[in-house]
Design a protein. Structure first.
Length: 466
C-alpha cells in the first residue's frame, strides 16, 4: 500500500482484547461474506460505522467515530494468546488546539477485560497527536493509528472499549462478549492489512507491524494491499491458498503464497493487486496447504478519501445529480471484475482539475450531499435530506446567491400551486434562475413548485457529467 503519515502508534504493553465479530475465526463458512445491513436502501447515505460493522470490525459513529480491528497470534505457550488491538481515528474527530507553530489534540483509550465480576486486564492510555498545519486538522483518512499488544488465557470474556477526545470530552464506547482462541500448531494467525511488516523470529516477541485498522485501500491511489500472516508448525515453508471474493460473492482472484520460516514460526506479507480486489467490500480467505486451518479478513476498496464509505450500487445511486443517467447505467452494467477499470476511466474523464491529486468535482459534490443531510433532514420526512427538494437543489447547484422567504395569503398561480402558505426563493445568478419552494403545511416540508421543478431539471441536465 502507499505510504501514509501516521502521527502516533503504541506498541508497548500487554493485556487482552478480541473483536466483536468474525475476524480471525477458526472455521469460517466456505465462501461466506458479511451480511448486508438490514433495511438499507441504495439512496440512503449510510453511516460509515455500519459498513465497518458489516465487515466484522469494531466501529462507532458520532460523537466520536473510530474503527478497530483485533488480531490473534500464537505465543510460546498454548495457555496464552497474543492479540493486537489497532484503532484508527480520523484527525477530524479530534479537537485540535494551537500549540506554538503546530496543533495538538490529546485523546484517551480505555480497555476493560472482565470475566464475570473479575477485572482481568485494564489499559488506560493517554496520547497526543501533533500536526504541522491547519489543513491536516480536517483529514478524514486513516491519519491516527493506536496499537497495543496483549496476552491472556484463551476463553470467554466481556470487553469494554472507550475512546475519548480529551479537549471536548466527547467519547464513544463499544462493549460485548468476546472469545479468545487457543493458537496451536497447524493454525494460522489473523490476517492483518498492514502498511509495514517485519516478521518476528520468536514466539515470545511482538510482531513488528503497522496495521490498517480500517482494512481499507483507495482505488487509484493504492496499487496493492499487503496482508501479514503467520503460520505455526515445523515446516521449512508453508503454502497458503488465498481466494478473493467481491461483494457479490464472485471470485476475482485465486492464488497461492508461501510463508517462509522465520526463526521458530512461519510468516510473510501477501501482496494482492487492487485491480483484482475490485471496488467495494471483499473477503480474502486463507487456507493452509495442509488444510488444517482457514482464516479470513475483510477488505474495503473505497472510491477516494473524500467519498463516503459505501457499496458500488450505493455510490451510483448517490451520483444521480452529478452524472448523466446513461453514464450511470453504463457503470452499473459493468461486470464486477471490470468495475475498477471503469471507475478509473470515469475519474480521468470527469476530473475538472486533472493536474491536482484530488478530484475536486466529487469532493465538492459529496461535501454538499453531507451538508444537505444535516440541513434538510426535516424536509425529507422518511427519506434522507439530500433527496428532499431543497436538498437535491443544494447538492446539484450549491449554496444560492440569495435566499429569502415570505408568507402568501393568495394562491401561487404562476407556479400552478393552489395552496397558501410560506414561500421561499433561491436565486442563482450564474444560472440565471430563481427557484420557488412552498410549504403548505407550515411544518417545514418545502417543495419545489412545478415550474421550478422543470427549471431545476433543465439547469441540472446542463451540469451533469456525460
Amino acid at each position: 500500500m502507499s505510504a501514509i503519515r501516521v502521527y502516533r502508534f503504541v506498541l508497548s504493553g500487554f493485556s487482552v482484547l478480541a473483536v466483536f465479530g468474525c475476524s480471525g475465526q477458526r472455521q469460517p463458512t466456505s465462501g461466506g461474506l458479511p451480511s448486508p445491513v438490514a433495511g438499507t436502501r441504495p439512496e440512503q447515505v449510510r453511516d460509515p460505522s455500519l459498513v465497518y460493522n458489516e465487515m466484522g470490525l469494531i466501529a462507532t459513529g458520532n460523537p466520536l467515530p473510530y474503527v478497530g480491528k483485533i488480531a490473534y497470534f500464537a505465543t510460546q505457550s498454548l495457555d496464552t494468546t497474543m492479540m493486537l488491538t489497532s484503532i484508527s481515528i480520523p484527525n477530524r474527530a479530534l479537537s485540535f488546539v494551537r500549540d506554538g507553530d503546530t496543533y495538538r489534540a490529546p485523546y484517551e483509550v480505555r480497555l476493560r477485560l472482565t470475566q464475570g465480576t473479575v477485572e482481568v486486564k485494564t489499559v488506560d492510555a493517554l496520547e497526543i497527536v501533533r500536526v504541522a498545519t491547519f489543513k491536516e486538522v480536517n483529514r478524514t483518512d486513516e491519519s491516527v493509528i493506536f496499537q497495543h499488544y496483549f496476552r491472556a488465557r484463551p476463553g470467554n470474556y466481556n470487553l469494554s472499549f472507550t475512546v475519548r477526545d480529551v479537549s471536548s470530552n466527547r467519547s464513544a464506547t463499544q462493549e460485548g462478549a468476546v472469545t479468545i482462541p487457543q493458537m496451536r500448531v497447524g493454525h494460522l494467525s489473523t490476517p492483518v492489512l498492514v502498511y509495514e511488516a517485519n516478521p518476528r523470529l520468536r514466539l515470545d516477541s511482538l510482531p513488528k507491524i503497522l496495521a490498517s485498522p480500517r482494512s481499507s485501500a483507495v482505488f487509484g491511489q493504492d496499487s496493492s494491499i499487503s496482508v501479514y500472516l503467520e503460520g505455526y508448525g515445523q515446516q521449512a515453508q508453508l503454502p497458503v491458498t488465498f481466494v478473493v471474493q467481491n461483494d457479490r460473492g464472485v471470485v476475482t482472484l485465486r492464488d497461492t503464497a508461501i510463508l517462509q520460516r522465520q526463526g521458530n514460526l512461519l510468516s510473510g506479507a501477501v501482496n494482492i493487486p487492487i485491480s483484482r480486489v475490485s471496488i467495494g467490500i471483499a473477503n480474502v480467505t486463507f487456507t493452509r496447504g495442509d488444510a488444517t486451518d482457514t482464516v479470513r479478513t475483510p477488505v474495503f476498496v473505497s472510491f477516494g478519501n473524500d467519498i463516503p464509505l459505501m457499496s458500488f450500487e450505493e455510490l451510483l445511486s448517490q451520483l444521480r445529480y452529478y452524472v448523466a443517467s446513461d453514464r450511470l447505467r453504463a457503470l452499473r452494467e459493468t461486470a464486477a471484475e471490470q468495475r475498477g477499470a471503469a471507475w478509473a476511466a470515469f475519474l480521468r474523464s470527469s476530473d475538472p482539475a486533472p493536474a491536482t491529486p484530488e478530484h475536486e468535482g466529487l469532493q465538492t459534490y459529496f461535501a454538499r450531499l453531507s451538508q444537505a443531510n444535516l440541513r434538510f433532514r426535516e424536509d425529507g420526512a422518511s427519506r434522507s435530506g439530500w433527496l428532499s427538494d431543497r436538498g437535491k437543489v443544494y447538492v446539484a447547484l450549491g449554496e444560492p446567491d440569495q435566499a429569502y422567504e415570505q408568507t402568501s395569503n393568495a394562491p401561487l398561480s404562476r407556479s400552478s400551486v393552489s395552496g397558501r402558505g410560506r414561500i421561499q426563493y433561491w436565486e442563482y445568478s450564474q444560472y440565471r434562475v430563481r427557484l420557488v419552494f412552498y410549504d403548505e403545511t407550515g411544518i417545514g416540508r418545502w417543495r419545489l413548485t412545478p415550474a421550478s421543478e422543470v427549471e431545476f431539471q433543465n439547469v441540472n441536465a446542463r451540469l451533469l457529467v456525460r
